[in-house]
Design a binder for this molecule. Structure first.
Ligand SMILES: [Zn+2]
Length: 179
């Protein structure tokens, strides 16, 4: 029980950290459903996934142009990969995990954040819309559709694509290395 409490505090601290790291817009927080961190604590002790599913199933890893750490604007590096597909293409969860945020913000547009094994956070952005039955706290697997490819947020006016980010406790990592 004591260990669980420590883990819960760690999860809280981690969420506070990533909320300040720039991938999540602060305004997004007010719209979130708060969930008890206990539900997630067990995931932290698991090994992070070595391989994950490409969230857009019709796209192969070699079709993804590597834009990891490409310059974005004057002060930002691209913290993920863009996976292009027609608007409305289903986006599946890359892993098992719990949805901990459905977001809507000016940068990512409609977003979904999933907490996976090892405390990793998988971030899906520019969605046309979320899957209708998705909610914070829901358990997802690579069989779960979490949303549909779009161009919301700062991707408006660009070809529809999924922005996919993977965040560890120590920062973003290149999703392409996991496919
Ligand atoms: Zn992107």
């Amino acid at each position: 029980m004591k260990n669980l409490l420590v883990l819960a505090i760690l999860v809280f601290g981690f969420f506070a950290l990533i909320n300040n790291s720039g991938f999540a817009h602060r305004a997004e927080l007010t719209k979130d459903t708060a969930i008890l961190p206990f539900k997630y604590a067990g995931l932290l002790t698991k090994q992070p996934d070595e391989k994950i599913q490409i969230p857009v199933r019709s796209v192969g890893a070699r079709q993804i142009a590597d834009t990891w750490h490409a310059q974005r604007g004057t002060d930002r590096l691209h913290q993920g990969q863009d996976i292009f597909a027609p608007r409305g293409t289903p986006v599946y969860s890359a892993t098992e995990g719990y949805v901990f945020r459905l977001g809507e913000n000016s940068l990512g547009g409609n977003t979904v954040s999933v907490l996976g094994a090892g405390g990793r956070v998988y971030y899906y952005a520019h969605l046309d819309k979320h899957a209708a039955d998705l909610a914070a706290g829901k358990f997802v697997t690579p069989e779960t559709i979490i949303g549909y490819v779009g161009s919301t947020g700062n991707a408006q006016g660009t070809p529809p694509h999924l922005h996919f980010g993977v965040y560890t406790m120590s920062g973003a990592i290149n999703p392409l290395t996991l496919f």
